[in-house]
Design a protein around this ligand. Structure first.
Ligand code: MV4
Length: 543
């Protein structure tokens, strides 16, 4: 009904109500976006590949358009097919979700050229934030602290090892080499000493060229045992920009977030205000419109540094929704229609309440972390007060091999952190999945881990505590028994996708040992007890 309502007159762009949204995505995020559209009486259009004909996002949409074979490169990633689907279905707006085309400026441009509202920021903002070196330059000019580093002589990477070495000396070892076009850790190399720099630069450039078609590599001072703290921001077309606090996403494996929470156990109201202002300044520097996230590293010394900006709605947005009592997809639609942000910073600050935790449930082997596609033969989803399960699958559904193996996001809210964590333990215990392997046993252990319960963790948490977090045979007994029953019906397991040679966990472990190695080379290998001086940084921050 809302689209027929008169909105209050505001200076600036006209309000253009959205009537029909095409969701250029699949799985839980497509379902998530369509739910809000349905609540607003906006019609929904799904797109689907050959293996997604019976997927939940297709079944719930008002219309659906086939876009080709299962591989995303032939369907969900093909700009022309999505634009054609918009024309065929009469969609007047596109929601890109996350992944796929969500941060592709050419897609945003193609939408605008076709007269379709792209629900996201401007192509220019996407471009400026898409290059790490460009983003560092842009946001630091706006006063947002970036990791000390060097973008290279021309501001776009180092052509040779000599200049890189001089820069590394200036910045101070250990340094990290990073791909200018990168993100997610690809093409990243930790360099602890001068001798390593030449070969590392060569390797990083080769990897960057292969992965991004751009061999520009720059360097940053390596922040040791950081926490990954990100700030949710929102802008409208009237020049308003606000932040919705932080999410602590430090519990990751291979650059895949596994557990997220808000607020962070180590962020005080004062630090939140400073990081929030820094994120808003970064967003303002590119006239940011819509939902965005500024990623920061938070050092054990309390210093924080901008890493990159994600120009989309993120997977973990529900933890923010729960502590603010808001629907961020509704905010995206408001902004895309040209309406002003519904709340001011002051009003947002006053709404914060309680604590939220998200566990990403992956279809994967919880010991080896390899994808475990197949049919879900039995599913019992947790329920009860303040439990939310954002899912894109159902009992009987097939988890395809072609896409991200995340099957749902289990999110809970509690009056405080202890209650939220206890509620998550209860919800995880209710959750039953048979037919495929999941990381539920991992989560059950993680949410019972003493360091997690204390809030004492950083990006090396999973690597350091692998032994305690690895499910035992007993944990998996029931799942294994079910797997045996299903084995006859299951197709041959497909080969898992290749794993990056140098992944986040390895780098995290390296960052860990980086400080220790020279001091205590012996006995400081992976899994060795942590030096107490290093723990105390975060412990202190917790009190
Ligand atoms: C860093 C860092 C330490 N120091 N940069 C990893 C992915 C990419 N977004 C940036 N990453 C890092 N950059 C400096 N200067 C440590 C990481 C890092 C990391 C960051 C966030 C979450 C998990 C991580 C795991 C390993 C390394």
């Amino acid at each position: 009904m809302r689209r027929w309502c008169k909105v209050r007159a505001v200076a600036g762009p006209p309000i253009r109500p959205i009537r029909r949204v095409l969701v250029a995505n699949r799985g839980e995020i497509a379902v998530r976006v369509m739910r809000t559209c349905q609540e607003r009486d906006i019609e929904t259009v799904a797109v689907f590949s050959e293996v997604d004909r019976l997927a939940p996002h297709v079944l719930m949409a008002d219309r659906a358009v086939a876009i080709g074979p299962a591989p995303a490169a032939q369907s969900y990633l093909v700009i022309d097919k999505i634009i054609d689907a918009c024309r065929q279905s009469g969609a007047d707006a596109v929601h890109p979700g996350y992944g796929f085309l969500s941060e592709n400026e050419d897609f945003a441009e193609a939408c605008e050229a076709a007269g379709i509202t792209f629900i996201g920021p401007s192509p220019l903002a996407m471009r400026k934030m898409g290059s790490k070196t460009e983003a560092r330059k842009t946001v630091s000019s706006a006063g947002t602290p970036v990791v000390p580093g060097d973008n290279g002589p021309e501001g776009n990477g180092f052509p040779d090892a000599e200049q890189a070495l001089a820069a590394a000396r200036g910045v101070g070892f250990p340094v990290l080499l990073k791909a200018a076009s990168g993100g997610g850790g690809k093409g990243m190399r930790l360099v602890s000493s001068e001798a390593e720099l030449g070969p590392a630069l060569e390797g990083a450039r080769r990897e960057a060229l292969a992965a991004f078609g751009d061999d520009a590599v720059y360097l940053e001072k390596a922040i040791l045992r950081p926490r990954h703290i990100e700030i949710q921001v929102f802008g409208d077309r009237h020049g308003n920009l606000v932040h919705l606090g932080e999410r602590d996403c430090s519990i990751q494996r291979r650059h895949q977030k596994v557990v997220e929470e808000a607020p962070s156990p180590v962020v005080s109201p004062e630090l939140r205000a400073r990081m929030g202002a820094a994120a808003v300044a970064a967003a303002r520097a590119v006239d940011y419109v819509g939902a965005g996230t500024c990623e920061f590293l938070l050092g054990a010394d309390g210093g924080f540094y901008f890493l990159e900006m994600n120009t989309r709605l993120q997977v973990e947005h529900p933890v923010t929704e729960l502590i603010y009592g808001l629907d961020l997809v509704a905010w995206q639609l408001d902004v895309a229609e040209g309406r002003p942000l519904p709340l001011t910073q002051e009003q947002l600050d006053a709404r914060r309440r309680g604590h939220a935790v998200e566990c990403r449930i992956y279809a994967e082997d919880p010991v080896k972390f390899l994808p475990s596609p197949g049919r879900i033969t039995h599913l019992r989803v947790p329920d009860g007060p303040y439990v939310r399960n954002d899912s894109g699958c159902y009992e009987g559904a097939e988890i395809p091999v072609h896409y991200d193996p995340m099957i749902s996001k289990l999110v809970v809210w509690g009056e405080d952190r202890a209650r939220a964590v206890a509620r998550m333990r209860r919800a995880l215990d209710e959750y039953q999945v048979r037919g495929i392997e999941t990381n539920l046993p991992f989560h059950r252990r993680c949410l019972r881990h003493a360091a997690f319960i204390e809030g004492d963790y950083d990006t090396g948490f999973i690597g350091r505590h692998a032994a305690e977090l690895t499910p035992s045979a007993a944990d998996r007994a029931s799942a294994a028994a079910a797997a045996v029953v299903e084995a006859g019906a299951a197709d041959a397991a497909p080969a898992p996708p290749g794993v990056a040679a140098l992944d986040a966990a390895i780098i995290a472990a390296a960052l860990d040992s980086g400080v220790r190695a020279p001091v205590a080379a012996a006995g400081a290998g992976a899994g060795a007890p942590t030096a107490s001086s290093e723990i105390s940084g975060w412990r202190r921050a917790l009190r």
